[in-house]
Write a protein that binds this ligand. Structure first.
Ligand code: CTP
Ligand code: MG
Length: 233
């Protein structure tokens, strides 16, 4: 049994506003998407890496990936109108391997988090095999309750990993309903039925420790911050 990894790069990066998709911006000499894919390729026991790209970005993305590949394969898939649609595009490509049982767990990651370490993939994949689902969570600074107790607010990151048949089943049923979730966990929360359509049940989702370093490039200042984190000190 092997894992599959999905890297989502099919957005437009409008909030960064760089003129090109933010995933193509260089960070300390390597583009955001190249770094995210390079890390994904370093995760052990992965049989498939699927990279979801925006229509029109295919050739730019292929050019930056080319030097990373060696004898490895990355499947390029054109994404959809929102993040959920891009996930669905990747899962449809993975469906035969999930249905055959070759892929037992899938992790889905935002290319816009280029600093996610290999160890975080390992942690969510292991926890998803044990619990059904796993997401990286960090405490949110500045939200302290009485006597310093954290109020429960948490920052949810990617990669998020799920048992593959439960994930595919949830997204298949979500597609029938036209449901679109903000992240993978939100779709599993709504459609997380591991036993198949029509049967009630849910996927339990474990929290694994995320990291403040695993920042998401959302705004222009995040590009500078990510670059600073990557530069030798
Ligand atoms: N994403 C995707 N397909 C979409 C929209 C987003 O694959 N249709 C990906 C992005 O490439 C990114 C991740 O989902 O890696 C998180 O999305 P976000 O940070 O919102 O990126 P963008 O949508 O590109 O940025 P913006 O919302 O500022 O346009
Ligand atoms: Mg977006």
């Amino acid at each position: 049994m092997t894992a599959a990894l999905v890297v989502l790069a099919a957005g437009s990066g409008t909030r960064v506003g760089a003129g090109v998709n933010k995933v193509l911006l260089p960070l300390a000499g390597e583009s955001v998407v190249a770094r995210s894919v390079r890390v994904a390729l370093a995760v052990a026991e992965v049989s498939r890496v699927v990279l979801v790209v925006r229509s029109g970005d295919e050739s730019d993305v292929s050019t930056v990936l080319e030097p990373l590949l060696g004898d490895r394969e990355v499947v390029l898939v054109v994404g959809g109108a929102d993040r959920h649609a891009s996930e669905w595009a990747a899962l449809q490509v993975l469906a035969p391997d999930i249905e055959s049982g070759e892929v037992d767990v899938v992790a889905i990651h935002d290319a816009a988090r280029p600093l996610a370490p290999v160890g975080l993939y390992d942690a969510v994949l292991a926890a998803a095999r044990r619990h059904g689902g796993a997401i990286p969570v960090t405490p949110v600074a500045g939200l302290l309750g009485p006597a310093g107790a954290v109020t429960g607010a948490a920052g949810v990151q990617t990669p998020q990993a799920f048992e593959a048949t439960a994930l595919l089943s949830a997204y298949t049923r979500a597609a029938r309903d036209g449901f679109s979730g903000t992240d993978t966990a939100s779709c599993l929360e709504a459609y997380g039925d591991p036993t198949g359509p029509g049967v009630s049940g849910e996927v339990s989702i474990a929290a694994v420790p995320g990291s403040a370093r695993n920042l998401k490039v959302t705004y222009p200042e995040d590009v500078a911050l990510a670059e600073a984190l990557l530069s030798p000190r």
